[in-house]
Design a protein around this ligand. Structure first.
Ligand code: ADP
Length: 333
């Protein structure tokens, strides 16, 4: 559990809006619920924007009351829908959008999404002066300024469930399984499931995926009497990498199979961890707005909730968890 922020209100807001944007992540609904119920408890009205920035651009929003977020805490996806929106990349559209929001009496915006969505929120605030708060919601956990993001824990557990099953088959048939997991350029899901699933090898994005090195690990395993292996491959720009590696390992005499987990990692009921994280961050987002903050993201660092300027969030890349690679190797041998 995280220590909550003490945020004393110093401004009043009549009406705010909330949206989810970019890739959906389990726990986004819990965050929406926390935003809505916290705002209502503080006497602030909430508009739920449909389909991310698309709904913002098109003034597609609905009034949210307590009942509109009933029974969603435990559901995956996002009841507000999400989208990627080309139109929001235009400065003229963003200016027009701010005018529409102000015209509708909306005074601030909570954006729940990944690094792209948060970059959009920052850009919007900078150009229009419209108050925004970001909440990190992405299974990739690649947002700078927070240790954790909503949906990551659930995605790791979903991938692990599949990996444990693949391990059974790998062991029974003495095969090599290459399991491709999501995670964009960060590789956090790959490193986590590598540790938790006892993988022999993890290939992170932007790191070499050299067949000779993989074969050496497989040979060493075989020398110890272990003929099955799990190789976790983080998704990369080259979608053919996993099939290509699998074919090459088979050609070299290692019976190999590929399993690309894909979109099953996105959905599903959020874990307890993600429900708590989403509830805490959603509530803090509203309280941060009422305390006068804007152009910041609420996140977690260690035990603490922290506010990080969106300028910092968008200007930096979260480092890959490279140090986990040697731990994974050490524990597999
Ligand atoms: P995620 O938030 O999951 O990283 P994307 O990178 O696809 O997802 O971003 C979601 C949306 O955020 C984009 O479709 C676009 O509307 C908006 N967005 C992303 N980057 C920017 C930017 N630099 N300026 C304005 N809007 C942006």
């Amino acid at each position: 559990m995280w220590r909550l922020l003490e945020l004393a209100p110093n401004r009043s807001l009549k009406r705010i809006a909330v949206l989810t944007s970019g890739g959906d992540a389990p726990g986004m609904n819990a965050a929406i619920r926390a935003v809505v119920r916290t705002a209502l408890a503080r006497g602030v009205e909430v508009r739920g924007v449909q389909k991310g920035y698309s709904g913002l651009v098109e003034s597609n929003w609905l009034a949210m009351d307590r009942a509109s977020v009933a029974n969603i805490l435990q559901t995956g996806g996002t009841v507000l829908k999400t989208a990627r929106c080309e139109a929001f990349l235009s400065p003229a559209t963003r200016l027009d959008t701010a005018a529409r929001l102000r015209g509708a009496g909306i005074e601030a915006l909570v954006v729940i999404g990944g690094d792209g969505s948060l970059a959009g929120a920052h850009q919007f605030q900078q150009e229009t002066g419209f108050p925004v708060i970001g909440v990190p919601g992405t299974i990739d956990n690649d947002v700078y300024g927070t240790d954790d993001s909503i949906g990551y824990d659930t995605a790791v557990n979903t991938a692990l469930e599949a990996i444990d099953k693949l391990r059974d088959t790998a062991t029974s048939h003495e095969r090599v399984f290459l399991v491709e997991v999501m995670g964009r350029s960060s590789g956090f899901i790959a490193a986590s499931v590598g540790v938790a699933g006892g993988a022999e090898i993890v290939l992170l994005p932007r790191q070499p995926a050299d067949v000779d090195t993989i074969c050496k690990v497989l040979q060493d395993s075989a020398a110890r009497g272990k003929y099955s292996s799990l190789i976790i491959v983080a998704e990369r720009d080259d979608p053919q990498l996993t099939p290509k590696l699998t074919a090459e390992l088979s050609r070299r005499g290692y019976q190999s199979r590929a399993a690309i987990l894909g979109h099953i990692q996105r959905g599903g009921s959020p874990s307890g961890h993600d429900r708590i994280l989403a509830s805490v961050l959603g509530a803090a987002a509203v309280d941060a707005l009422l305390a006068g903050h804007s152009d910041v993201m609420v996140g977690v660092r260690g035990e603490e909730l922290v506010l990080t300027p969106l300028a910092e969030v968008t200007a930096n890349k979260k480092p890959q968890p490279l140090e986990y690679l040697s731990l994974i190797e050490q524990l597999a041998t």
